[in-house]
Design a binder for this molecule. Sequence first.
Ligand SMILES: [Zn+2]
Ligand SMILES: [Zn+2]
Length: 348
Amino acid sequence: MEVMKAAVFTDVGKIEIKEIEKPVPQKGEVLVRIKACALCTWEQRIFKGVSRVPFPYIGGHEISGVIEEIGENVDEQRWKVGQKVAIRILRSCGECHYCRTGANNLCEMIGKEGEELRLPYPGLGGLSEYLVVPPTKLFKLANDIPFEIGALSEPLACVIHSVERANIELGDDVVIIGAGVMGLLHVMIAKIRGARVIVSEINAERQKLAKQLGADEIINPLEKDPVEEVKKLTEGRGADVVINTTPVSKVAETTVQIAGKRGRVIFYSSQHPDYPIQISPDWIHRSEIVITGSVSPDITDFYRATKLLSSKIVNPQLLISEIVPFEKIEEAFRKATDPQNYRIVVQL
Ligand SMILES: [Zn+2]
Ligand SMILES: [Zn+2]
């Protein structure tokens, strides 16, 4: 039995590098050497104990790597050793109600990735040196883009899903609340969709980066009421689209109030803690606004994300604060949870 290294959460605030069995590709599988894993807010919440998982647990799902070995019965014209790839780790069984109705991001098997990946512990497995996956989970990346950029395929795909849910049209007034990594990716994609982008953000550094990435207007909600400011910018109508990328329930109420008639409101971020909010049902009736969520990317979103990165139509380089070697995984998590930083990418 060959072994490989994997970073395993063993308790709140504790992550250790352990040796586990290196998987061997079976029929219809490809062995990928993982080269980069970006540390998502979700893993940061596991590290901080905000989100609960059974320990030990292998995190990591924003990954890129290179094909190292190809099992039998894999199309060798399409998949070659040495090809850079991103992996969509989420399960999509193809058999359940959601997979069969075009919502494979809501597949009933999501959460059971560890068993499919044949890992010794539950988790998404991205913080390990190797993964075996069927080619349906593989997405080619151009060989000339760096692994750390390729690792952002997953978060970019999440944002593409959100923008699709919002159905952003040319010239729409789109308000993005929060300019962290997710908010800033929304800025980039909303601009590509031809929107006027209005960002609500309190932090001056983040405001600056939002501008640099194409935001047309910036509102500081500590200085000015964002509902009134958006009205001023839209001849009193309110926004066509509002996307909340913050986990704060207080902001959730404002999110709905910013939308104008026929507005689409997207709750992009999970909410911590998840307090109920007040919404006027009569306003929903009169305005025809649509309030919805966005969770995880479907297969098409993921494919589009890898195409946008490979063709360099989207370059999220400025959203990577630091690349940290695998051996310093705990330090990487400490850095990732520092609100000054954007994405921290672990190099495996
Ligand atoms: Zn993520
Ligand atoms: Zn399914």
